[in-house]
Design a protein around this ligand. Structure first.
Ligand code: G6P
Length: 473
């Protein structure tokens, strides 16, 4: 049995610098939790960027040594690579196109593409230092679309799984990218290509059959006499972790404080990374519409909005940050009273205890992305509702809406519908809340993160088995 190598752009750690000394702390991300059981086992490793740009070899070595103890292997990026591969091609080409923002936000700079290719080669070189033919390699997300084929060229028989955490766009969108064929070829180096939803699978297969073109039958692609399978694996969360967090004394203490501050209002929660795909401005419009057209809710509802800083050197993100600040300022200036503030806005990341306290006290969670591969915030809210109350308002554009059908499902572009859903949510009888929440909790716990990992891994073994059976025919 070979080992398993996980690869993602970002390693599951946070690195902090303090006068040339680097401290590591574990990241709370869903992927880190889910794959923790795998990469921490004997001999397995996780390869990725530690999230800091460090040029000094002595500092790189110091970080690498600390990472080594955690079974993590760094790939360092230079400042140019960070600018062109990460901020450039990954987040100014692939991210907007895959989230259907191509015409507004994408520039197709050839230098971005050159760096994207060279950084994918850089990742390949680190992988090759560690990989053996019998290993299983699991590559994650849009930053590394070329990596499966680059590894396949060097290790033809190795097992490679690839999972895309963001939506795969329709062929009409995807074809806009000048390097579309190279990207597909890269992905097809994998044996199994996983997506969150069947729609993503369908879009991917239609791009392969039209752009390559290659023979596609059902969800199987024949690529250089090798078969590649595309399949949907909706990602889950560690629901028990979120349920038991609510019992921690620190969480309960913070929850009591939140309840005290918001004792006379319905608390609506909004938590996202700063991103235009999250629909934050539309959400604010819906909330503003509520205050404007339904004055009976003035003083009776409050929006607790956490925006976690992200990619804030990318111009589109800076602009969005300013727009959100302005919009929140306008709404608060227009509607606040001496003893009530409509929007409690935080632009920062929050500790997991605060997150849990917010999840467990908010009467309503408003999760309305314009487009989202899956969205785990809504699942975390549901997992934290151990009393089976609370209402989830969820965008139909989030992958999670396929599973969480007992939420109030809305089109985030329809601000009137979102406003109406808020009204429905704050007035929902407890019994209906409980009926819906029980169903939601059932879905979240049945299809949790370990189920996702196991399903993907068995899909990968089955694909290998199928390939061997075809070869011996
Ligand atoms: C999304 C992507 C991940 C990415 C994360 C945070 O969830 O699918 O690949 O790591 O956002 O973004 P960042 O650019 O900070 O890594």
């Amino acid at each position: 049995m070979g080992k398993t190598i996980i690869i993602s752009n970002r390693l599951p750690v946070k690195v902090k610098e303090n006068n040339g000394n680097y401290e590591l702390s574990a990241s709370e991300g869903g992927l880190a939790t889910g794959l923790g059981t795998i990469y921490k086992q004997d001999g397995n490793i996780w390869i990725g960027w530690p999230g800091v740009t460090v040029d000094e070899p002595a500092h790189q070595e110091q970080i690498a040594n600390k990472l080594h103890d955690l079974s993590l292997v760094p790939v360092y990026l230079t400042q140019e690579e960070y600018n062109e591969y990460y901020e450039g091609f990954s987040n100014t080409v692939l991210w907007p196109v895959f989230h259907y923002y191509a015409s507004t936000y994408t520039t197709y700079k050839p230098s971005n593409w050159d760096y994207y290719r060279s950084v994918n080669h850089k990742f390949r070189d680190v992988v090759l230092e560690h990989a053996q033919p019998g290993d299983t390699i699991w590559i994650h997300d849009y930053q590394l679309l070329l990596l499966p084929a680059l590894i396949r060229q060097q290790l033809p028989d190795v097992t490679i799984g690839f999972f895309l955490h963001i939506p795969f766009p329709s062929q009409e969108m995807f074809r806009l990218i000048p390097w579309r064929m190279e990207l597909l070829k890269g992905m097809l180096g994998a044996d199994l290509v996983g997506f969150h939803t069947f729609d993503d699978v369908r879009h991917f297969l239609s791009s392969v059959s039209r752009i390559m073109p290659m023979q596609v039958s059902s969800n199987t692609i024949t690529c250089d006499e090798r078969i590649v399978v595309a399949e949907a694996y909706p990602m889950g969360i560690d629901e028990q972790k979120y349920a038991s967090l609510t019992q921690e004394p620190e969480v309960q203490h913070q929850a009591e404080q939140i309840k005290l501050v918001f004792k006379d209002v319905n608390l609506i929660l909004s938590i996202d990374r700063l991103d235009y795909s999250k629909g934050i401005l539309h959400r604010l419009q819906a909330f503003e519409l509520l205050l404007k057209e339904n004055p009976e809710y003035v003083g009776k509802v409050a929006l607790y909005m956490v925006v976690v800083p992200s990619r804030d050197q990318v111009p589109q993100y800076m602009e969005l940050h300013n727009q959100i600040d302005k919009k929140v300022g306008n709404i608060n200036a227009m509607y606040r009273t001496m003893d009530w503030t409509p929007i409690h806005y935080y632009y920062r990341s929050v500790p997991i205890e605060t997150l849990s306290a917010l999840y467990s006290t908010a009467d309503v969670a408003l999760v309305t992305p314009m487009r989202d591969g899956m969205n785990l915030v809504c699942k975390e809210y549901v997992a934290s509702r151990t009393n089976n109350d609370g209402v989830l308002i969820l965008s139909e554009m989030a992958g999670a809406s396929r599973e969480l059908i007992d939420a109030l499902i809305v089109n985030p572009n329809n601000v009137i519908q979102v406003r109406d859903a808020i009204i429905q949510a704050v007035n929902m009888p407890l019994q209906e809340q409980q009926t819906r929440m029980k169903q939601l909790r059932h879905a979240v716990s049945k299809f949790n993160i370990s189920h996702w990992v196991n399903l993907f891994m068995s899909g990968l073994s089955e694909t290998k088995f199928l390939q061997r059976a075809m070869q011996t025919r």
